[in-house]
Design a protein around this ligand. Structure first.
Ligand code: NDP
Ligand code: MG
Length: 386
C-alpha cells in the first residue's frame, strides 16, 4: 500500500482548491490527507473546510479576516496562522509532502518558492509563478530535487503524453485552447464587451481572473510560457490550436510524426488527482467520456489578430528575462480594472503591450528585480489612460 501523503493546499477556498478537496474527499484518506489549508480572506469557507477535513494548520494572509475567526477552531487540533509568513511556515513543516500551489496571480510566487526551497513536491496550478520567474523557479526545483508537477489541464496532458517517448524524441507540443466565450467574434464585436459576458466561459468553471484571461486568450499566452519552463522546450517547439469542445487537453508530436493526445471531459479533478498520485493512476471522481453517442471534435487555428494577447505570450517566451514579470503584472492590473469597469476589454492587451515596451528590461534578473518590475508594471497600468 502507498504511503499517506500530507498535502498543503494554498488557495484552498478557490476553484482549484475546492476541486482538490473533492479529490481528497473521494480518496477517503487512503493515500492523501489535508495537512494544511490556506486562503486570503475567505475565513468562513476556510473554517468550514477545516471542520470537514481536520487539517493540522489553516492560514489566512489577510489579518483582518483572521481576526474574525473566533472560537470556531476551539476543541479541534487545527492551529490558525496569520499573514504571508504563515504560508511560508506551513509549506516548510517537515511532515508536509506535497504543496498544491493554487493561489491566483503573482501573489502565489513567495509560498511556491518556499515549498520548492524546502524540497517539497509542488502540484502547480499557479502558472503566473512560472510566467514571472520560470528560469529561477525551475533552477531552484532542480537544485532542491523538488518535483514540479503540472495541474493546468493542458500541461497535465502534455506531461502524460510525454511518457510515450524520451525528451529527445519530442518534435513539438500542441496546446489546445477552447477559444473562450468570444471565439469567431471580430475586434468590432469585442469593443463593448462587459465583464458579465467575458465571465461566461463555454466549457470551464473557474475563478474570475483566469476566466477573463481565457476570454482574451491571455490564459493561452501564459500557458505557452508555462510549457516552455515546465518541459524545457525551445520556443519553436510550442504551438496552439483552438479546440472548442475542450476534450483533447493537449498533444505531443514525436520525431516519427506520431501525435499522442490526452482526452477526458473538461474537469480539473483529473489533472489534480494525477499530480497528487503521480506516477500512479488511481480511480477517481472525474466524469468519464461517453462514447456511446455520436460526437465530433473540431480543431482550428487561433485568430491572432482579434486576440493579440496570444502573440504577446510567444514574444515574451522568446525574450525571457523580466518580460514575463512585466506582462503578468500588467495583465493582472488590467484585468482587475476591467472587472471594476474602468478599462475596456480591448484595452487589456494594449496595457500589456505598453508595459512590455516601456519596462526596464533585464535579461538575467534576480528575484528582487522581478519584484521591482512587477510593482512598476502594476502601478503604471493602475494609472494608465488608454
Ligand atoms: P480563484 O480566484 O477561484 O481562487 C484563488 C485562491 O487564491 C483563493 O483561495 C484565494 O483566497 C487565494 N488568494 C487570492 N489572493 C491571495 C493572496 N494575495 N494571498 C493568498 N491567497 C490568495 O482562482 P482559481 O482557483 O481559478 O485559480 C487559481 C490558480 O490556478 C490560478 O493561477 C489559475 O491560473 C490556475 N488555474 C486555474 C484553473 C481553474 O480551473 N480554475 C485551471 C488551470 C489553472 P480567498 O478565497 O480568501 O480570496
Ligand atoms: Mg489551462
Amino acid at each position: 500500500m502507498a504511503d499517506l501523503k500530507n498535502i498543503v493546499i494554498l488557495g484552498s477556498t478557490g476553484s482549484i482548491g475546492r476541486s482538490t478537496l473533492d479529490v481528497l474527499e473521494h480518496d477517503e484518506g487512503r493515500r492523501l490527507r489535508a495537512a494544511g489549508l490556506a486562503a486570503h480572506s475567505s475565513w468562513q469557507r476556510l473554517i468550514e473546510q477545516a471542520q470537514q477535513h481536520r487539517p493540522r494548520w489553516v492560514a489566512l494572509t489577510d489579518p483582518e479576516a483572521a481576526a474574525r475567526v473566533d472560537g470556531q477552531l476551539q476543541g479541534t487540533n487545527t492551529e490558525l496562522w496569520i499573514g504571508r509568513e504563515g504560508l511560508v511556515r506551513m509549506v516548510q513543516q517537515p511532515e508536509v509532502d506535497t504543496v498544491v500551489s493554487a493561489i491566483v496571480g503573482a501573489a502565489g510566487l513567495e509560498s511556491t518558492w518556499a515549498a520548492l526551497e524546502a524540497g517539497k513536491a509542488v502540484a502547480l496550478a499557479n502558472k503566473e509563478t512560472l510566467v514571472v520567474g520560470g528560469s529561477l523557479i525551475t533552477e531552484l526545483a532542480r537544485e532542491r530535487n523538488a518535483p514540479l508537477l503540472p495541474v493546468d489541464s493542458e500541461h497535465s496532458a502534455i506531461f502524460q503524453c510525454l511518457r510515450s517517448g524520451t525528451p529527445r524524441e519530442v518534435r513539438r507540443v500542441i496546446l489546445t485552447s477552447s477559444g473562450g466565450p468570444f471565439r469567431r467574434k471580430t475586434r468590432r464585436d469585442l469593443e463593448g464587451v462587459t465583464p458579465e459576458q467575458a465571465l461566461n466561459h463555454p466549457t470551464w468553471k473557474m475563478g474570475p481572473k483566469i476566466t477573463i484571461d481565457s476570454a482574451t486568450l491571455m490564459n493561452k499566452a501564459l500557458e505557452v510560457i508555462e510549457a516552455r519552463w515546465l518541459f524545457d522546450l525551445t520556443p519553436d517547439q510550442i504551438e496552439v490550436v483552438v479546440h472548442p469542445e475542450s476534450i483533447v487537453h493537449s498533444m505531443v508530436e514525436f520525431v516519427d510524426g506520431s501525435v499522442i493526445a490526452q482526452l477526458s471531459p473538461p474537469d480539473m479533478k483529473l489533472p489534480i488527482q494525477y499530480a497528487l498520485n503521480y506516477p500512479d493512476r488511481v480511480e477517481g471522481p472525474s466524469p468519464r467520456l461517453d462514447l456511446t453517442r455520436a460526437w465530433n471534435l473540431h480543431f482550428e487555428p487561433p485568430d491572432r489578430e482579434t486576440f493579440p494577447c496570444l502573440e504577446l505570450g510567444f514574444e515574451v517566451m522568446r525574450r525571457g528575462g523580466t518580460a514575463g514579470a512585466a506582462l503578468n503584472a500588467a495583465n493582472e492590473a488590467a484585468v482587475s480594472r476591467f472587472l471594476e469597469g474602468s478599462l475596456a476589454f480591448l484595452d487589456i492587451p494594449r496595457a500589456c503591450r505598453a508595459a512590455l515596451d516601456h519596462h526596464d528590461f533585464d535579461p538575467r534578473p534576480s528575484l528582487q528585480t522581478l519584484e521591482r518590475v512587477d510593482a512598476w508594471a502594476r502601478q503604471e497600468v493602475a494609472r494608465w489612460v488608454p
